[in-house]
Design a binder for this molecule. Structure first.
Ligand SMILES: Cc1ncc(COP(=O)(O)O)c(C=O)c1O
Length: 402
């Protein structure tokens, strides 16, 4: 169990209804019902750090919101954050600013592969991974994760087979992994690194959840493993998940190889992606400069939520399976003892339990019978959701009725 910080109050509920927020304001559209407690899309029900709120308010109080420019202090804040939190020394020239991680992944796919090329992903995995490959006329190549005693692992034998096929040009890595919550160990990443080097496959490493890692685990930046890893990779990061500023549409890519960077920049010019959201830039800079203590407190709150979830599931929902996530604020619930059909599980969660979780089937066929729950909410909301699920499952246990 983890120690909790009391300086920041993550228990306080701040209603988000009618703020134009995706998580709470699009329930009818997403779930076909307004009557669900939402614990789905990956943002948090917590306010951003004070320093971020202050900075945005200060800038917003100036009434002109024209085109902005990026100060060198922004780059400096990124360089220092990546060094201090992740031990990786990067250079300013390596950083490309972008409007989000998913568009950056699509850009990198366009820049570093050709139509028809294979791109390897490791399902169950974040749904836009599938779309960014398919929508750009590349081929999705699956290297499914293996579920061993409730814990997901990489199938290296299968990965080597896929990497050795010269049609497959990129590996799209999710590190830490959404939805299974693995924080890949250095030795696992090193194995990937060696295989990718052997078969000359570049790695697109989505590390958006890099700061959200629980006690006993450590995030290793893939590109920090050595010079070839650094050269043969693009790293995607953002302050958006960490500091709950996803609505400000700002992220960055780290591309140490000059040739690969030029290819990506060429696509950015073609698509005229050369502006960044004024507030996203300011919020990222100040969060990286002043957000350490807030983040540490957040992590201990999130980890306690993860402990509460695991304890609840083990004691009160024994036929549901869950593993404590090592990082991210997402947990992956295995309902297969009750439902193997995704549609039936979705219907049960929305209409019987009245909770809005992400359907596991959206993360690939390996996710059928699973659901993803977002733990980044007040503990009282999390417990309410779990109580609802318990009550609904008890009815099935009692009379077999779904
Ligand atoms: C692995 C991963 N990548 C990217 C994103 C979204 O990134 P962005 O909003 O910057 O496009 C998410 C959001 O949930 C995510 O989990």
């Amino acid at each position: 169990m983890t120690k909790e910080n009391t300086t920041f109050n993550f228990d306080q509920i701040i209603p988000r209804h009618a703020t134009g927020c995706s998580k709470w304001d699009s329930l009818e559209k997403v779930f076909g019902s307004e009557d669900v407690l939402p614990l789905w899309v990956a943002d948090m029900d917590f306010p951003s750090p004070e320093a971020v709120i202050r900075k945005i308010n200060e800038r917003a109080s100036h009434p002109i919101y024209g085109y902005n420019t990026q100060e060198s202090s922004l780059y400096q804040s990124i360089i220092e954050w990546v060094k201090s939190r992740h031990g990786w020394q990067i250079e300013k020239d390596w950083i490309l600013l972008a409007p989000g991680v998913v568009p950056s992944i699509a850009l990198s796919i366009l820049a570093l592969s050709e139509p028809g090329d294979g791109i390897i992903i490791q399902p169950p995995v974040y749904p836009p991974f599938f779309a960014s490959i398919k929508d750009n006329d590349r081929e999705i190549v699956l290297n499914p994760l293996l579920l061993k005693d409730g814990r997901y692992e990489i199938d290296f034998e299968d990965l080597e087979e896929k990497l050795s096929n010269s049609k497959n040009k990129l590996l799209l890595l999710c590190s830490p992994h959404n939805p299974v919550g693995r924080v890949w160990k250095e030795e696992e990443l090193r194995k990937i690194y060696e295989l990718c080097q052997k078969y000359k496959v570049d790695v697109l490493s989505d590390e958006i959840h890099n700061d959200l890692v629980f006690s006993g685990h450590k995030h290793t930046v893939f590109a920090s493993l050595g010079t070839p890893a650094c050269k043969q990779s693009v790293t995607f990061m953002a302050a958006s998940k960490t500091f709950n500023i996803a609505g400000l549409n700002f992220s960055f890519m780290i591309v140490p190889c000059q040739r690969r960077r030029a290819l990506i920049e060429r696509w950015m010019h073609r698509l005229h992606i050369n502006r960044n959201n004024l507030f996203g830039v300011l919020a990222t800079e100040v969060a990286y400069q002043e957000g350490d203590a807030w983040l540490d407190a957040l992590l201990s709150y999130l980890e306690k939520n993860a402990d509460v979830l695991v304890d609840f599931v083990q004691t009160r929902l024994p036929r549901v399976k869950v593993n404590k996530p090592e990082g991210t604020y997402l947990a992956w619930l295995d309902f297969r003892a009750y439902f193997t059909n995704a549609k039936e599980l979705e219907h049960f969660l929305v209409h019987t339990a009245k909770v809005g979780l992400n359907s596991g089937a959206n993360f690939g066929s390996q996710g059928e019978g699973f659901a993803r729950i977002n733990l980044a909410t007040q503990r009282s909301i999390l417990l309410e959701a779990l109580n609802r699920i318990e009550k609904a499952l008890l009815a099935i246990d009692r009379n077999g009725k779904k």
